[in-house]
Ligand binder design. Structure first.
Ligand code: NAD
Ligand code: MG
Length: 298
């Protein structure tokens, strides 16, 4: 696990040492409180200057996938702003420290993105703190498992759409005037967009929406030199899953349904976000990069 991402090794057994256990967190959940610490690339991600001088805003950059992306971006040479909920300060502090240890500027922006005014302010504060913006990663998300539609409250439905869809719209809209040609927008979808679980009806719907939003917007912005792409993770070991994303008793089997037979680690997502942010992917637009352990997608 401490090897860097360029090591030749078997992806089946790569993370045998990290096994999800049955555990339950309240609120948004913290990486710091997970029984079995995920790999976010802290000891492994090696940058090669692929994002030198770039300026990135990552929502939900405090933990899980967003944290892995923040670490990778900083080590590739980008200054990074992360957004997160105030109760996630502990996780955020750790990520800020790692960004700074990479020699880059870190901007910490706590607040609730289900509030439109905050979402707009978030972008303004990121632009100010970074001195500009050319990468936007919409990664924050809410996922609450409910076995029965009758148990999905109007509040849950609303919050899930506000967090996953409305905030992406508000933040992207606010960011656009700042994005020069060459900039990248990367949205975070899910395998749930194509293979919705019966227990994640609201969440899966938001992820299908994110795919459609991104493919439409990608065509609109391509002539302006701004590329929009999507990363669609499969089952990844993060606090989202322990904070109501999955039934607690199902966690020990989490990810076993994939052809690799295990959950993914946040560190395994980061290179996809690096590729889609960097100029290496200049002809890649409106694409969904599936990082899901081998599950077939349309
Ligand atoms: P995570 O809990 O580490 O990250 C989600 C983040 O969203 C939180 O850290 C939090 O900061 C942010 N967030 C949630 N509600 C917010 C709000 N109201 N205001 C501000 N920030 C808010 O979990 P993760 O798994 O790394 O999730 C990142 C993204 O990946 C999400 O969009 C999720 O849907 C997606 N995803 C995850 C999986 C998986 O298996 N973990 C699979 C597919 C897609
Ligand atoms: Mg978090």
């Amino acid at each position: 696990m401490s090897n860097d991402q360029y090591v030749f090794e078997n992806p089946v057994t790569k993370y045998d040492d990290i096994k999800p256990t049955a555990q339950k967190q309240g609120g948004p959940g913290l990486d710091a409180d997970l029984d079995n610490t995920p790999d976010r690339g802290e000891t492994s991600y090696r940058g090669t200057g692929r994002l030198e001088g770039r300026k990135a805003l990552i929502t939900g950059g405090d933990s899980g996938i967003g944290a892995a992306v923040a670490i990778a971006y900083a080590r590739e040479g980008a200054d990074v702003a992360i957004s997160y909920l105030p109760e996630e300060e502990e996780d955020a502090k750790g990520v800020v420290k790692l960004i700074e240890e990479a020699g880059r500027t870190a901007v910490a922006l706590p607040g609730d993105i289900t509030d439109a005014a905050f979402s707009r302010k978030l972008v303004a504060d990121a632009v100010e703190g970074l001195g500009g913006l050319d990468i936007l990663v919409n990664n924050a998300g809410k996922q609450q498992t409910q076995p029965d539609l009758l148990e999905i409250t109007d509040e849950q439905f609303d919050e899930t759409f506000k967090t996953n869809v409305y905030a992406m719209f508000w933040i992207t809209k606010a960011a656009l005037p700042h994005l020069a040609p060459g900039s990248s927008i990367i949205n975070t979808s899910s395998i749930q967009a194509y293979s919705p679980s019966e227990t994640l009806v609201d969440y899966a719907s938001t992820k299908a929406t994110i795919n459609a939003f991104s493919k439409g917007l990608a065509q609109q912005l391509a002539p302006k030199g701004i590329r929009v792409n999507v990363v669609a993770p499969g089952p990844i070991w993060t606090p989202l899953q322990t904070a109501g994303g999955q039934p607690t008793e199902a966690l020990p089997e989490f990810g076993e349904q994939t052809p690799l037979g295990r959950p993914g680690q946040p560190a395994e997502l980061a290179p996809a976000y690096v590729f889609l942010a960097s100029g290496e992917s200049s002809y890649v637009i409106g694409e969904t990069l599936n990082v899901n352990g081998g599950m077939p997608t349309p």
